[in-house]
Design a protein around this ligand. Structure first.
Ligand SMILES: [Zn+2]
Length: 52
């Protein structure tokens, strides 16, 4: 059995998806899905996008 990893769009940390895919934080921005390790990273990423 292989562990699946997702990479956080904000901090680039790799997070293992084990039995529960919903352990990661997902946000849809402008129709595209982004995956984050936590809600804080999701918020940071959205704040960065807005700032330019
Ligand atoms: Zn992160």
């Amino acid at each position: 059995m292989k562990a699946k990893f997702i990479q956080c769009e904000s901090c680039k940390k790799e997070t293992a998806i084990e039995s529960c895919e919903f352990a990661t934080h997902r946000t849809v921005i402008e129709g595209k899905e982004y995956v984050f390790c936590c809600e804080t990273c999701a918020q940071n990423y959205q704040t960065k996008r807005k700032s330019h």
